[in-house]
Design a protein around this ligand. Structure first.
Ligand code: KIV
Length: 279
């Protein structure tokens, strides 16, 4: 899957699914599940690295997690059949200057198999950066609405709650399209705004907490699997993965403490993982 294939899916009226991943295990999981695109989101700062916000994660860490995720995709898919791999540009890797943004995004494309980057916001400086990246041959996914890198200014509140702020988001979405973004993440805004931007824009609108009328949906996989201690209200878990995991491990620990039977005399050999392609 290439960045332009997402627009083809929009034109064909096909839904687009994007899931986050952060390592080879989660990458293989979401590829096997059939995601069209895999985002190594900077949410991994919170879900995987234990930070309180997305701000501390570094470019080096994003490169490391993107390479690991790519290995997971390669292990699950036939060559050329992998989902599109997108890497988030972390806080301060693109805000200081267009030159630094090109250097950071260029490292993503040179040093990992990712084919695109995502960055947040649509202020005039950010639009200039996106224009420069796109003209340098770097596909960019935009992200507006709730933008976690601006948590200290906007919090995690729903955005676009009144007519003026909806109008501002519309202008930003159009400007991102004009700057050359190949797709747009729209986070935590009213559903009618999501549906109306899906109609207005040529580029695919990928929603999270933006209603069902978008061209596609993106979710943080750790939230969907119920692995994080708290999920955002617009992303309820599909299963209680954390509770299930803890309970299973507790049962295993208890069985070691009070073995029901003698352990086998010969050590069991670990079966090899089959390398069957799933996509
Ligand atoms: O970092 C991330 O996981 C994201 C998604 C919420 C879209 O940006």
């Amino acid at each position: 899957m290439r960045p332009a294939d997402l627009a083809s899916r929009k034109q064909a009226g096909l839904p687009i699914t994007v899931l986050t991943a952060w390592d080879a295990l989660s990458g293989a999981l979401v590829a096997e599940a059939g995601a069209d695109a895999v985002l190594v989101g900077d949410s991994l700062a919170m879900t995987v690295l234990g930070h309180a916000t997305t701000l501390p994660v570094t470019l080096e860490e994003m490169l490391h997690h993107t390479r690991a995720t790519a290995r997971g995709l390669a292990s699950s898919c036939s060559p050329g059949q992998e989902p599109l791999l997108i890497c988030d540009l972390p806080f301060l890797s693109y805000q200081c200057s267009a030159d630094e943004a090109v250097a950071a995004a260029g490292r993503v494309l040179k040093e990992t198999p990712a084919a695109a980057v995502k960055l947040e916001g649509a202020e005039p400086e950010t639009l200039a950066v996106i224009d420069r990246l796109v003209r340098s041959g770097i596909p960019v996914m935009g992200h507006i609405g709730l933008t976690p890198q601006s948590v200290h200014r906007l919090g995690y509140r729903r955005q676009g709650n009144d007519a003026p702020s909806q109008e501002r988001l519309r202008r930003q979405a159009l400007a991102l399209q004009e700057a050359g973004c190949f797709a747009l993440v729209l986070e935590h805004v009213p559903a009618d705004l999501g549906a109306s931007l899906q109609q207005t824009l040529d580029l695919p609108v990928i929603g999270i907490g933006a209603g069902e009328g978008c061209d596609g949906q993106v979710r943080v996989t750790a939230d969907l699997l119920g692995l994080t201690s708290q999920q955002p209200p617009f992303s309820p878990p599909l299963l209680q993965g954390r509770t299930l995991g803890v309970e299973a491990l507790r049962r295993w620990i208890a069985a070691q403490e009070y073995p029901a039977q003698e352990p086998p005399t010969a050590p069991a050999t670990r079966p090899a993982t089959p390398a069957a392609p799933h996509c």
